[in-house]
Write a protein that binds this ligand. Structure first.
Ligand code: DQA
Length: 144
């Protein structure tokens, strides 16, 4: 099973960025955890990070006919991007939405997610562990 893992804006600054919220481990550590979890689960992962909405839309479109599922932390675009929602609906792949923090208990503007309108599952507030659980959910439910 092939899964495209997408991380949105500012997640490349993990470690530096608001460590009280997002933790002290950096983005390289997150990527390593994703690769290791995927290896354990027998998943082939492709990792993509961008700070640009259109690049994320392109990556989602590029998954069509090539990948079996998508795991995405859209970061700030979660709360603003109809374009990312539309791209996910267009390619229609099983999709897990992950957030490091629990967006349901943060500022009001973070409590709505466009991506949740499509995602098959949303995992919030588990830090890096949410990515592992998201991959596991995709493997258990959508491996052909
Ligand atoms: C985030 C939550 C978003 O509100 C925020 O803009 C992020 C990260 C999370 O992983 O908790 O950049 O998606």
């Amino acid at each position: 099973m092939k899964v495209l893992v997408i991380n949105g804006p500012n997640l490349n600054l993990l470690g530096l960025r608001e460590p009280a919220l997002y933790g002290s481990q950096n983005f390289a550590a997150l990527q390593e955890l994703i690769r290791e979890s995927a290896r354990e689960l027998g998943i082939e992962v492709e990792l993509f990070q961008s700070n640009h909405e259109g690049a994320i839309v392109d990556a989602i479109q590029g998954a069509y006919n090539r990948m079996d599922a998508i795991l995405i932390n859209p970061a700030a675009y979660t709360h603003t991007s109809v374009a990312i929602l539309d791209a996910l609906k267009a390619v229609a792949l099983p999709t897990v939405e992950v957030h490091l923090t629990d967006i349901s208990t943060r500022e009001a503007f973070r409590q709505f997610s466009y991506v949740s309108l499509y995602a098959h599952r949303t995992i919030c507030g588990l830090g890096f562990e949410g990515y592992r659980q998201g991959l596991q959910f995709l493997k258990e439910n959508y491996d052909k």
